[in-house]
Design a protein around this ligand. Structure first.
Ligand SMILES: [Zn+2]
Length: 208
């Protein structure tokens, strides 16, 4: 009986704890393997994205690059570069400028992609500026009423009030009534100045 207790305390316990250490190490090793596999997968996705970019399949490349960004903790500089360049190709200029600047901050002028990064950055900045100008134009709402419409070489336009007939037909419950058009002076057309004033609601009809 005592021998058995001795066995349990001095031999079986230490063996059991050795076993636990083995188990823990195995789990740690599996964890490391899993991480290494994940890193390889991510690297593969990045390499695929670069090939897609070379084939000008920028939207597909964007999908891969976005996947890589979502699955890593710290961004390697070449990923910053590729994501920045690819963002230019899919028209995301602000995003492109952001990542290319990040790359240049990281690598300065001596990085593997520094020269290209500067070039793509310039292009993105030009496009971004155009975008902003377009947005400003929209915000200002340039309205046609502020401009004179060019009536063409004749300088005349068929009177839109009477459709050139010089007569305005009004339908009432008594039948149709006819009235001479007060806008085109019985000519059926307007000169360009009158036409533009009419469009602005500023042309006064002849008083009958
Ligand atoms: Zn008329």
């Amino acid at each position: 009986m005592i021998k058995r207790l001795v066995f349990i305390f001095f031999i079986a316990f230490p063996l059991a704890s050795f076993g636990q250490i083995d188990e823990r190490e195995k789990i740690q090793q599996m964890e490391l393997d899993r991480n290494a596999q994940k890193q390889r997968d991510i690297r593969l996705q990045l390499d695929t994205a670069i090939i897609l970019m070379e084939n000008e399949e920028y939207l597909a490349a964007d999908e891969k690059l976005t996947f890589v960004l979502k699955n890593i903790k710290s961004v390697p500089s070449d990923l910053a570069y590729y994501f920045g360049e690819n963002s230019y190709h899919i028209g995301k200029y602000k995003q492109s400028i952001d990542w290319l600047n990040k790359y240049i901050q990281l690598k300065g002028t001596t990085g593997q992609h520094s020269q290209e990064a500067v070039q793509w950055l310039k292009r993105s900045e030009v496009e971004r500026l155009k975008e902003k100008q377009a947005q400003n134009l929209q915000a200002q709402e340039v309205l046609s009423r502020d401009y004179d419409i060019d009536c063409g070489p004749s300088g005349k336009v068929t009177c839109p009030v009477c459709n050139g007939s010089t007569v305005i037909i009004k339908k009432t419950y008594l039948g149709e009534t006819y009235k001479t058009c007060g806008y085109c002076h019985k000519e059926g057309f307007l000169n360009c100045e009158d036409f533009n004033n009419l469009l602005r609601g500023e042309l006064k009809p002849d008083t009958p």
